[in-house]
Write a protein that binds this ligand. Sequence first.
Ligand code: PLP
Length: 422
Amino acid sequence: MSAHAADEQSLDAVLGRVAENFGTPAFVYLTDAIEQRLAELRAGLGRWFSFSYAAKANPNPELLRWLASRVETIDVSSLGEFRLARAAGWAPERASFTGPGKRDVEIEEAMADGLGELVVESVREAVVADRVARALGRVQDVLVRLSPSRIPKGFGDHMAGRPSPFGLDIESVAEELPRILSLGHLRVVGFHVYSGTQCLKPEAICENYRIFLETFRTVCVDFGLTPQRLVFGSGLGIPYHPADNGLDLAQVAGGVAPDLEAFIADPRFQQTSLTLELGRFLVGEAGYFLTRIISVKESRGSRIGICVGGMNNHRPASGHVGMVIHRNYRMHRVGGGESSEKIDLVGPLCTSIDRLARGVVLPRLEEGDLVAIHGSGAYGLTASPLHFISHPLPREVLVEGDRLRDATRALSFDDVRAPSTP
Ligand SMILES: Cc1ncc(COP(=O)(O)O)c(C=O)c1O
C-alpha cells in the first residue's frame, strides 16, 4: 500500500470514528496537520517572521486554546473574538485588534483589559483610542494600517489598490498620519498591511511583500520613524479545488529572501520585528466537513445526493463566498472506493443554491454514506448561515493524535450582543 493510501485510510478511520461518536454534520480539525503546517512556516519563513493567527479564520474556542501555546500572537477583529481569545488563555498583550468598523465600546473594553496593539484604520479611530487611553491614564501601543496603491493579480480578495475601507490610503498618509502621531496617549509602534487573501502564486505573493516593504520604508523614512513591529498580511492561499496546486512555500521564501535581507540590513529596521498574519494557510487544510447522505434521488438523468448539512453549515463550499462561478471543493467518500460516478451533492435547505458539489466524480454514493469536504478548517462554520431553516448546528471535533475531543462551540452571542451605543 502506498504511503498516500495509508494516510487516506487512517484519515478515514478518524472521520468514521467522529461520525460514530459525535454524529454528522461535523467539522473535524486535525491538530497534527496544523503542527506540521506551522513547522513548514517556521522552516520557510521563520528566519524573518514571527506568526500571528487571524482568529477570524476559525475562532473555535478549543482550537484557540490549542494554538495559544504554539503561535506567538493573535489578531482579533471584534470584541467577540477578543473575548474568545482571552477565554482561551491568550494574554491581552499578545493580541492585536484590526477591523474597519470598531465600535467605541469595543475599543474601550479591549484597551481596559490590556490589549497589546490596536491596529488603527482611520484618524477617527485613533482619536477615539487616544481619548480612551487618556481616560485609562496610559499610553496605548498602536499599529497604523496602511492601504497600498496596488496589489498584484492573483489574490482571492483585493483589499487595497482601489477604494477600500481598510486603513489609511497611502495617498492620504501625508495628511492623516501626522494627526495620529500628534495624539499624546497613543504610541505608534509600527504599521500593518493586509491587502490580499487566498493567493496560490508564489511570485504574486513575493511581489506583494515587496510592495509592503516599499510602503513601510517610504512611510518610515518620510516620518523619521524606527518601527518596533511591521505586520505583513500573508495572503498565503490553500488549494480548495481539485485543479489547484498547493503553494510552494520554498518558492515564496526564495523569491522574497533578497528583499527581506536588504530590508533588515537597513539600520532603521535592525530592531524591527516582522510578523506574518495569517489564518487559512495555518488551519484551513487541517479541517474537514463531514456530511452524510440522507437520500439519493435520480432526477432527469442526474444523480443527486441529499446531505444532512450543506450551505447552512459550509457556505464557502457551496460557492457563495469568494467564487464567481461555483467550483467543487476537494472531497472524498469516507471509506474509499473507485471514483466512477457523477453526482450532485446538495444540503437539506429548500433552495437550489444549497449545493455542495455539481457533477463531482466519486465512488458510487448510497444512502448513509459519508462525504468529507477538504479545506474546511477556516471560514467554514462561522462563514455560514447556520440559522437558515433551523437545522441542528454542526458538531466540531478536535483530533489530537488518536484522541477525539468534542469542540462544539456554544453559539450564543448574548455576551457580544450589539450595544445600544455606537
Ligand atoms: C486583517 C486581516 N488579517 C488576516 C486575515 C486572514 O486572511 P487568511 O485567512 O487568508 O490568511 C484577513 C482576511 O481577510 C484580514 O482581513
